[in-house]
Design a protein around this ligand. Structure first.
Ligand SMILES: NC(=O)c1ccc[n+]([C@@H]2O[C@H](COP(=O)([O-])OP(=O)(O)OC[C@H]3O[C@@H](n4cnc5c(N)ncnc54)[C@H](O)[C@@H]3O)[C@@H](O)[C@H]2O)c1
Length: 260
């Protein structure tokens, strides 16, 4: 039976590859992005997040089968904090009521192996408290600091999103409503987001030093799309609050057997 999926960040990279894969299987995908997809929304803003819900409601007729929060940025900016955490949470929470009519509802977020990288405690706390004003003020301070400080924004946003998924997945709103909520945490994926970081041999070597990927190295977005498609499929009825590292081994190298 045809399923209806909503994918944010659907105009590029992982979101686009996932949309194409699901459509090739005969499913319906409503894409959302800041430009170039079915719904045009800026998920850094409260208005954009509300518009997403309203337009999906209209286009879907009130019921969807899965929501995939993929949209994100990696720049050391306030916008990264706004879209990666608050945009993703608003997507998942805002569209959750539309999953109620599905007999196999699913939800997935895209975090990152960067969730294991250095982070800023104050920013992560503000994210997890749901305090957007405080989080964006802290992100502004980091963005105005050294490059190392600015880079803490991305890892902090992804750590907080992974922890949000862990906290929320077993609750009445998600597991209790029969909705598996999970996340994927990719390593280096070859998309426009990483194009500059992988453009030269020197840059690739530097990146591989930071993100060890002993299993087959950097890879294309199609591999993440396959995993997202399974996590949001009818077949996944029992995974709850898992952050699945699809990362060529960086998690296993970095955290070793401290996490099992
Ligand atoms: N590429 C990687 O190596 C990698 C690794 C780990 C995690 N990720 C995550 O995967 C997700 C997809 O990244 P990608 O590699 O496909 O990058 P990408 O840049 O190709 O795609 C990201 C998409 O998100 C959209 N987007 C950004 N800000 C938005 C906003 N304010 N409102 C609406 N849409 C917005 C962009 O327009 C773009 O189409 C991101 O969350 C990213 O952090 C990527």
């Amino acid at each position: 039976m045809e399923r209806t999926y909503v994918i944010t960040g659907a105009a590029s990279g992982i979101g686009k590859a996932t949309k194409e894969l699901l459509e090739s299987r005969g499913d319906r995908v409503i894409g959302a992005d800041i430009a170039g997809s079915d719904i045009t929304v800026d998920l850094t803003t409260r208005e954009g997040r509300e518009t997403l819900v309203t337009v999906v409601e209209t286009l879907s007729g009130g019921t969807i089968d899965a929501v995939l929060a993929v949209a994100g940025l990696s720049s050391p900016t306030i916008a990264t904090a706004a879209v990666n955490y608050f945009g993703a949470v608003a997507t998942l929470e805002g569209l959750r009521p539309l999953l109620a009519g599905s007999h196999s509802p699913r939800a997935v977020a895209v975090t990152s192996m960067a969730s294991l990288m250095p982070h800023d405690d104050a920013l992560v706390t503000a994210f997890l408290n749901g305090n957007e004003d405080e989080a964006l003020a802290r992100a502004a301070e980091l963005a105005a600091g050294s490059p190392d400080e600015g880079n803490l924004i991305y890892g902090s946003s992804k750590q907080a999103l992974s922890r949000w998924v862990r906290r929320q997945a077993p609750t009445a709103e998600w597991a209790g409503a029969g909705i598996p909520l999970n996340a994927v945490a990719p390593g280096v994926v070859l998309t426009p987001m990483t194009a500059a970081l992988t453009a030269t041999e020197e840059a690739r070597t530097q990146l591989a030093g930071m993100v060890p990927m002993p299993l087959n190295g950097f890879f294309g977005p199609e591999s993440v799309a396959q995993l997202l498609a399974w996590l949001s499929s009818e077949e996944n009825g029992h995974l709850c609050g898992q952050v699945i590292f699809i990362d060529g081994g960086s998690d296993a190298v970095i955290r070793g057997d401290s996490t099992w």
